[in-house]
Write a protein that binds this ligand. Structure first.
Ligand SMILES: [Mn+2]
Length: 462
């Protein structure tokens, strides 16, 4: 029977997501629904997004975290995600733009944060549905002394995330389901399976947000536009993180501080150079000079260090003006991508050695292909194995009736397919309806084939 499997806030906890999907024994025709907040705080936002994008029968509703990326509202968690996704960031945000603000079928309603009882989902305010800061404010005004769900009297059950309910989900009257059980904080990732309304969860492997925050501190610092910060902003930023626990970060900040100090210490030389150049040039030469303003000030005896400093409020303006005067100043320290690229982020894992493919007696749903390898993070592992078994794999898939590259479960059962009872809200027209065989690449196939079994990595379409 086709089930609807709703997952609480995932926040980049991909390994836990795989474990949970295995635990609920997800099948290709099950509908997988995320309450939103796929990204931010965890280690692998890209893998989580990819699973929801590429698996048919999958829906993610807009969480406040996706919305922050879509609207370009950046705090530390978003800066980290941008670096984690690297070259895929812009395109991923484009996809986030298409996310619906709600999902509804015959059993249930799913929103990220909240809704108002008695108002059709399509007429609800997006800010309230996704739990943006403004939405939260409005909700507080509507329900100053209670929670929105205390006032939820509609017959259809409602499922949401957004506020961590503790290690266990919050279930009220069998109709109200809060599923954010703090996976990214080291607690649990929770699923609700319909139509039986059964709850399943897996323990998070670690407090991922704490780890991620620490790991990405230096890359985030390096990615900041220090060139265009004012001297004061620079000094304040350095001051704020000066007590960073790791020596690499502190070392880099010292270099940054030294760079800024060196640039400013060039002011006297720049003033002297401006006077010299001004004396050497004709009136016409001065006018056409890229540093004309400063040179005229010098010629008229109105250029001292304070005047110059006013015209050099940032490192970039300082470097540019110095260049115009024929002086070369340093660029910031270690300016070129010092952080690992997203794909190599996890580094090699010894457990991913392939031992070949066999059409064993086991019959997983995908064409019977079983890849022998150590369990753990099969998505990443499988992709790393690509060259060796690609042809066999594809041949194996094609050989199976109904599982070929053109048609079969990969193209069937679209997330908002015509005639189904599913509805997705605004912007939810995406889906895979138009997907043709030619666009089902090997990588896409593989990324849909994830699950762990005891001794091997079983290829299961999720
Ligand atoms: Mn969340």
């Amino acid at each position: 029977m086709r089930r609807t499997i709703i997952i609480g806030d995932i926040h980049g906890c991909f390994d836990e997501l795989l474990e949970l999907l295995e635990k609920v024994d997800i099948r290709p025709d099950d509908l997988l629904v995320s309450v939103g907040d796929l990204v931010d705080r965890g280690q692998a936002p890209g893998d989580v997004v990819r699973l929801f994008r590429e698996r048919p029968n999958s829906v993610a509703v807009m969480g406040n975290h996706e919305r922050k990326h879509v609207r370009g509202i950046f705090s530390y968690a978003q800066e980290i995600t941008r670096l984690q996704l690297g070259d895929h960031y812009a395109e991923t945000v484009d996809w986030m733009r298409t996310l619906p603000y709600y999902f509804e079928n015959e059993h249930v309603r799913v929103v990220h944060a909240a809704m108002q009882s008695g108002i059709p989902l399509a007429d609800q305010r997006e800010e309230i549905l996704c739990g943006s800061t403004r939405g939260e404010r409005e909700l507080t005004m509507l329900f100053p002394d209670s929670s929105w769900y205390d006032h939820y009297t509609d017959a259809k059950p409602v499922v949401f995330g957004h506020h961590v309910t503790g290690r266990e989900p919050m279930i009220l009257n069998g109709r109200i389901f809060g599923l954010d059980t703090g996976a990214c904080h080291g607690w649990n990732l929770t699923a609700l399976c319909l139509p039986g309304f059964t709850v399943h969860s897996v323990r998070a492997h670690a407090d991922h947000w704490s780890t991620t925050k620490r790991q990405w501190q230096l890359p985030v610092l390096k990615s900041k536009p220090w060139h265009d910060s004012t001297w004061l902003e620079l000094a304040q930023a350095i001051e704020r993180v000066a007590s960073a626990p790791d020596t690499a970060t502190r070392g880099w900040l010292e270099e940054l501080q030294e760079w800024a100090a060196n640039l400013q210490s060039a002011f006297p030389t720049m003033v002297a150079t401006a006077h010299r150049v001004a004396d050497e040039l004709t009136e016409e030469g001065l006018r056409r000079h890229p540093a004309a303003k400063v040179l005229f000030q010098a010629r008229n005896g109105r250029l001292d260090q304070a005047d110059l400093a006013r015209q050099c409020p940032t490192p970039r303006r300082t470097i540019d003006l110095a260049a115009a005067l024929g002086l070369v100043l340093d660029e910031p320290p270690k300016w070129t991508r010092p952080w690992p690229s997203p794909r190599s982020r996890r580094g090699p894992r010894s457990g991913h050695r392939a031992m070949g493919i066999s059409g064993s007696g086991e019959q997983p749903p995908l064409g019977g292909a079983v890849l022998r390898a150590e369990p753990r993070n099969p998505l990443t592992g499988l992709l790393a194995l690509q060259p060796g078994y690609r042809a066999d794999f594809e041949a194996g898939v094609r050989a199976e009736d109904g599982l070929g590259l053109d048609g079969g479960p990969f193209d069937g059962g679209h997330r908002s397919g015509a005639g189904s009872q599913q509805q997705t809200g605004r912007g939810g027209s995406g889906g895979h309806a138009g997907q043709q065989a030619s666009s089902v690449t090997h990588d896409k196939l593989l990324s849909r084939c994830v699950a762990v079994s005891g001794v091997g990595v079983k290829m299961i379409c999720v």
